[in-house]
Design a protein around this ligand. Structure first.
Ligand SMILES: NC(=O)C1=CN([C@@H]2O[C@H](COP(=O)(O)OP(=O)(O)OC[C@H]3O[C@@H](n4cnc5c(N)ncnc54)[C@H](OP(=O)(O)O)[C@@H]3O)[C@@H](O)[C@H]2O)C=CC1
Ligand SMILES: O=C(O)[C@@H]1CCC=N1
Length: 275
């Protein structure tokens, strides 16, 4: 892929994607990121060697792909000025949104209409090539544009298409926000290990490697994660006691409640920010 890609917004998620893209071999000279904050532009230029600009309109003028990577609450004020630039172009760029709670029809309206838009929900492990992205394509997206979007996000992790746009909120609840759940769990495991007497560094390394190992093992296995859990639980052994504690305290219901709250928030954001 040798598309010129402009990221509108150069924050956490955008830099995770273009950082991962560059690590996968994509040329930094094909990437531009914009931000109103000069310090942020200096930082990403130094770290990644990409082009930077504080002018969204000129950065969007000749891009093949425009990635909308600003917060949902400012999406409207960022998109509306872009409409004039995009409407003038003979060849329309592919628009990729990564914003939570921003619907394709609303983005299209703000951008002046009739755009090919892929709405995605990536996650920050994209930075290390281990991202997970859910994607939905609007009717205007051509097969070639669909392939280009898949190639872009596929360079930084796995990609799963959903056929119904509302499912993007479910993707947000599982993988968009999901890294934070695992970071919480890893922090809690590390703290508990320290409380049991381990040095913090040792507890951290053991917790992280265990998380990595469990995920890698599950990906390589033909068994369900439920079965893999049972395989660790020797009868009357230590794991059985730990899992019984999680089950007594309703961990599964806690996870369901948290993910329901996450998806609900994504829906609320659609009306709160007019998205
Ligand atoms: N963080 C995550 O894990 C994930 C985030 N997302 C989505 O990604 C989007 C960005 O989130 P995130 O990266 O966390 O947020 P950040 O605040 O880190 O990034 C947004 C960036 O946009 C910049 N910005 C503000 N105004 C403009 C403007 N007018 N033109 C160009 N850039 C502008 C901000 O600058 P300033 O610092 O001055 O505000 C900031 O650098 C959101 O829509 C979010 O829903 C999706 C999946 C996961
Ligand atoms: O918390 C958020 O709103 C964003 C979207 C998914 C992850 N971070």
């Amino acid at each position: 892929m040798s598309n010129k890609i402009t990221f509108i917004g150069a924050g956490n998620m955008a830099s995770a994607i273009f950082g991962g893209l560059i690590s996968s071999g994509y040329s930094p000279s094909l990437i531009t990121a914009t931000s109103p904050v000069q310090a942020e532009l200096d930082s990403v230029r130094q770290r990644f060697g990409i082009h930077t600009s504080s002018d969204n309109l000129s950065a969007a003028a000749d891009a093949d792909i425009i990635v909308l990577a600003v917060k949902p609450q400012i999406m409207q004020q960022v998109c509306e000025p872009l409409a004039a630039v995009l409407q003038q172009r003979s060849e329309r760029p592919l628009i990729i949104s990564i914003a939570a709670g921003a619907q394709v029809a609303t983005l299209d309206h703000w951008l002046g209409g009739r755009h090919a838009i892929v709405r995605t929900m990536p996650n920050t492990p994209a930075l290390v090539g281990a991202g997970a992205t859910g994607m939905f394509a609007s009717a205007e997206v051509s097969p070639a544009q669909r392939a280009a979007a898949e190639q872009l996000l596929g360079a930084v992790g796995i990609v799963e298409w959903v056929s119904d746009e509302t499912l993007i909120n479910a993707v947000t609840a599982i993988s968009g926000s999901g890294p934070a759940y695992f970071f919480l769990f890893l922090t809690a495991m590390t703290d508990a290990g320290v409380n049991l007497g381990l040095p913090r560094d040792t507890a951290r390394r053991l917790a992280l490697q265990t998380g990595l190992g469990a995920a890698q093992m599950a990906l390589a296995s033909e068994h369900s994660t439920e079965q893999l859990m049972r395989n660790v639980m020797s009868p009357k052994g230590t794991t059985e006691r730990a899992i019984a504690t999680f089950e007594d305290k309703q961990l599964r219901q806690i996870v369901q409640d948290a993910m329901d709250a996450c998806a609900q928030r994504a829906e609320e954001m659609q009306s709160e920010f007019g998205c």
